[in-house]
Design a protein around this ligand. Structure first.
Ligand code: PMP
Length: 323
């Protein structure tokens, strides 16, 4: 779907994937005016397909567009575009227990001009790709994370809460460093004090304290994950305490060593809920709990996957049937 100032949204089409041809002066290539989403379509037990909370992705996309001074795409157009692609790609949705169709809606500034101002033309598109489970992990189903001391992902007043390509460009070096240290994900700290845990390279993070309550970093500079929000709802309904509050990296190390921190997990569309077994940093390594997947992490994971795959009831109305 294309947008032009004065014309509005037009040229909607579902078509086979083709290469995009861009003039070298296309705005997105120079000023990175680009946003995207990541979401999944799951096979239902009846052989149909359903999306997980697509209107939440549409809303976040609208907020990202606003932050990046881009044209607003009506939320129903966003969801309709995704639905039509899932229908067109119905034969590509995997049937297996881990498989799903990953969907990548994105929007780029497509006006051809050199000048620093918001573009007046945009291209919105969705592409799809069949995926299996995201992490190979350390063999026991946990991941190891690396604390980045040198790089931050976002700062106050910046674009941290928007899902824009530039945030990921800025985090590639830190993620590569984590990988070089043998870790699966990087942990970002806040830019102001380099003290409080924010999020991982592509996931939000939760801490389980004393086996009965969850702590997660507050919104602000982090991406407001749809999985994060869903986990808070599930946890509260299981009777667990949930607090959104700053958690310092020294506290993570100390609480893991003392045993007060019983579990930690990463969550996101790709990772669903993946337990964190070990925290590594220049200051040394600590194991979380006994290093194996925690009981509450797995209970929350099973609850979420059960809803997403249509194996349990969906009391929150999160699943949106496509066909
Ligand atoms: N933080 C970052 C930086 C991410 O890239 C993602 C993945 N979109 C998340 C958190 C988790 O968000 P969600 O649960 O909506 O996938």
């Amino acid at each position: 779907i294309r947008y032009k100032e004065g014309v509005g949204w037009h040229e909607a089409a579902v078509q086979p994937r083709v290469a995009l041809t861009l003039d070298p002066a296309t705005a997105v290539l120079h000023y990175a005016q680009e946003i995207f989403e990541g979401m999944k379509a799951y096979r239902t037990p009846e052989g149909g397909a359903a999306l997980f909370r697509p209107f939440a992705n549409a809303e976040r996309f609208a907020r990202s567009a606003d932050r990046m001074a881009m044209a607003p795409l009506p939320e129903r157009l966003f969801v309709e575009a995704v639905r039509q692609l899932v229908k067109a790609d119905r034969d590509w949705i995997p049937d297996g227990p881990d498989g799903s169709l990953y969907l990548r809606p994105f929007m780029i500034a497509s006006e051809v001009f050199l000048g620093v101002r918001p573009s007046q033309e945009y291209l919105f598109a969705v592409i799809a790709s069949a995926v299996g489970s995201y992490f190979k992990g350390s063999g026991n189903g946990t991941v190891t994370v690396w604390v980045s001391d040198d790089y931050c992902r976002a700062g106050p007043g910046g674009t941290g809460a928007a899902k824009c390509g530039g945030n990921y460009a800025a985090s590639l070096k830190a993620q590569a460093e984590a990988q070089a240290m043998g870790c699966d994900q990087v942990v970002f700290l806040d830019a102001a004090e380099r003290r409080y845990v924010e999020e991982l390279g592509g996931m939000n993070v939760f801490f389980v304290m004393d086996d009965d309550s969850l702590v997660t970093p507050p919104l602000g500079d982090i991406l407001p994950g749809i999985t994060r929000e869903s986990v808070m709802v599930l946890a509260r309904d299981m009777g667990l305490g949930v607090r959104e509050e700053p958690y310092a990296i020294e506290a993570w190390r100390a609480d893991a060593a003392s045993g007060r921190l019983t579990e930690a997990f990463a969550c996101g569309t790709a990772a669903v809920i993946t337990p964190i077994g070990r925290l590594r940093s220049k200051a040394g390594d600590v194991t979380i709990g006994d290093g194996a997947p925690g009981r509450l992490s797995m209970r929350l994971r099973d609850a979420l996957i059960g809803i997403q795959r249509g194996r349990t009831s969906d009391p929150y109305g999160w699943m949106e049937k496509v066909f």
